[in-house]
Design a protein around this ligand. Structure first.
Ligand SMILES: Nc1nc2c(ncn2[C@@H]2O[C@H](COP(=O)(O)OP(=O)(O)OP(=O)(O)O)[C@@H](O)[C@H]2O)c(=O)[nH]1
Length: 603
């Protein structure tokens, strides 16, 4: 079987298909956009949450480092004078910080980071417990029985605990980096906060080393000297890093915090440690009292970094939430707009087009009985516009045919009217009709003995009207004259156009004096009737000359009566036009009759 020619799709269906394609393309694009914005938002949320965990870890690092001070003091105090209050408070603070860090770590989204953090926290807790137990055993012994080298070992173990806590916080900071790939500023801030926390630990270690010597009451050992210079070296390294940050930082609060660390720890604090070794020794608690406030600005700096990081994370989260909402709404609005546009085109363009095509189809449909033109395509094969175009084409064809038909009909009507005795220009009777009816009237007048008068009216200087204003204006003048006749005569009077600009009126049962009055009235009305011509400012006026003849003078014969009226008309023309003249014989007959006061007998 051979496949037929492919049918074009209707515009409505094309529009529908376009809508489906646009929506099908834009939905995944919109979805992808919203999805990627959602990823950014959850990445920002995860970064903000991880920051909290890092912050709690840094607090823990500090708490563990601070536990060393009371531990040192306790180990350097004689058994009898031992007051554990400060030590217990410091341990409780460390435990609280550890518990808080453990709780915060449980919220981490990355399971491997969460598990490794929990494991590191457990290890730290175990190490601390063990070290504390050994310390408590040591403190429980009488001073004389105490092992002399154990405090140093235990302080070393506390250093290990601090190292474990620092390592844990660095691991978390690295974890934060992976979460906040899109948040470069967060990464930098967390790294700096970690450095500050590490610096705080090193500063504390310096104090611990010096305190131990002060507690012992002996100068620093060679090992302690090496340890101090190592710590000093690391601290200076961090200082260089932080000084570099001063140059990079644009935040005034951070710059102030950095300047305070520089002044209080790197200048005052390190000088004090140096002096304490060389000049007269002080008590451990007096040293701690002066030294600890000098390292506090490092904690402030760390807090400042974390504060800035938290603010940046919150701003980033807020922005990404707004962006997600914005893009979701935009994507929805775009789809809605496309659908609305398509719907409007369908409703405002295609529907009226179809309705217009349907109306045209009804107008142009082949009348019943006639055969359909099979060469024309059917509506099902076409779209709305081609259908409408074809229908308009056939409507134009039909109108042209109709116009030709109307012209033919008008011509036929003209011929018909001439045949039935109507003058086509004025609508009055033509010469033939006037003559027929006049002869009937004359015959009746003759039989019943009544007088008939004939009036012949001729437009004066009509040739001039034609020559000056053109033939159409002349025609209009003739129509005006005809309307004056129609409005002025009785229905039983006979009137008609018998020549170019010549009209005739026959009045039955009419004596000559009445006929003359009537003729005068007609002449007057024509003279006064303005003819308004398009394009002319002033109206046109015409006059007529009227010739009148009576059967009383000429008998009831058509030829003799009309000849007499014609003669009277020529006389009126000769006498100057725009006047009514009765022929002499008619006047005489009327004169004789009026003197006799008699009605003329029938001929
Ligand atoms: N517009 C128009 N002119 C017509 C018609 N029939 C005759 N005429 C014109 O009427 C004019 C008659 O001119 P004339 O016979 O010279 O008479 P006139 O100019 O009226 O002069 P007088 O009768 O002597 O006053 C001619 O120019 C004819 O062409 C018609 O149906 N329409």
């Amino acid at each position: 079987m051979q496949a037929g020619p492919k049918k074009p799709m209707s515009l409505s269906n094309t529009l529908g298909a376009m809508g489906v394609v646009i929506i099908a393309l834009s939905l995944p694009a919109g979805w992808y956009l919203v999805y990627s914005k959602n990823l950014e938002r959850s990445s920002a949320a995860a970064a903000a949450e991880t920051l909290e965990v890092v912050d709690s870890a840094l607090h823990m690092v500090e708490a563990v480092a601070r536990e060393r001070g009371p531990s040192n003091a306790a180990m350097g105090t004689r058994e009898a004078a031992l007051d554990r209050t400060a030590l217990d408070t410091a341990r409780e603070r460390s435990d609280r910080a550890l518990a808080h860090a453990r709780q915060a770590a449980s919220t981490l989204r990355d399971p491997s980071l969460r598990d490794s953090t929990q494991a590191a926290l457990s290890a730290l807790q175990a190490h601390l417990s063990q070290t504390r137990q050994r310390m408590d055993d040591h403190l429980g012994k009488a001073t004389a029985l105490r092992e002399a080298t154990l405090p140093n070992q235990l302080i070393q173990e506390m250093f290990v605990a601090a190292d474990m806590a620092s390592q844990l916080s660095r691991g978390l900071a690295v974890g934060t980096n992976s979460v906040s790939d899109h948040h470069q500023s967060l990464r930098t801030l967390v790294t700096r906060a970690t450095i500050a926390a590490a610096l705080r630990d090193y500063a504390g270690r310096m104090g611990s080393v010096v305190s131990m010597a002060l507690i012992r009451g002996t100068p620093l050992t060679a090992e302690e000297q090496r340890m101090l210079s190592r710590i000093h070296g690391r601290s200076e390294e961090m200082r260089r890093h932080l000084d570099l940050n001063i140059l990079l930082s644009t935040d005034a609060a951070t710059q102030q915090a950095l300047a305070r660390v520089d002044q209080r720890f790197f200048k005052d604090g390190l000088n004090y440690v140096e002096r304490t070794q060389q000049v007269a020794p002080v008590s451990a608690s007096a040293f701690a009292e002066r030294y600890v406030p000098m390292i506090e600005p490092i904690v402030d700096l760390r807090n400042q970094y974390m504060r800035t990081a938290r603010d940046a994370a919150a701003t980033s989260l807020e922005r990404s939430q707004q962006a997600q909402i914005g893009w979701t709404l935009l994507s929805l609005a775009q789809n809605l707009l496309v659908l609305t546009l398509l719907w409007m085109v369908k409703r405002r363009v295609l529907k009226p087009l179809s309705q217009a095509a349907e109306s045209l189809r009804r107008i142009t449909s082949t009348p019943a009985g006639e055969e359909e033109d099979n060469s024309k395509s059917t509506s099902a094969d076409q779209d709305e516009v081609s259908r409408l175009t074809e229908l308009v084409g056939s409507l134009v064809e039909q109108s042209q045919a109709r116009l030709q038909l109307e012209a033919r009909q008008e011509k036929q009507l003209l011929e018909l009217r001439t045949l039935v005795g109507v003058d086509p220009l004025t609508g009055l009777e033509n010469r033939r009709s006037v003559e027929l009816r006049a002869k009937a009237l004359l015959a009746e007048g003759k039989r019943h003995g009544f007088e008939v008068c004939a009036l012949v009216l001729d437009v004066d200087h009509f040739k001039l009207v034609n020559d000056r204003y053109g033939h159409p204006v002349g025609d209009e003048a003739l129509r005006t004259l005809a309307s004056v006749l129609q409005l002025s005569l009785r229905c039983e009077d006979i009137s008609g156009r018998v020549g170019g600009e010549e009209f005739m009126v026959l009045l039955g049962y009419c004596p000559l004096n009445h006929a003359l009055d009537k003729a005068e009235m007609l002449r007057r009305r024509v003279e006064l009737r303005p003819i308004h011509i398009k394009g002319l400012d002033e109206p046109l006026f015409i006059t007529v000359s009227v010739g009148v003849a009576s059967t009383n003078a000429h008998g009831h014969q058509w030829d003799s009566l009309t000849s007499a009226a014609d003669r009277a008309l020529y006389q009126a023309k000769r006498e100057g036009r725009n006047r009514v003249v009765a022929d002499d014989a008619s006047n005489s007959a009327a004169g004789a009759l009026s003197s006799d006061s008699l009605v003329s007998p029938p001929n």
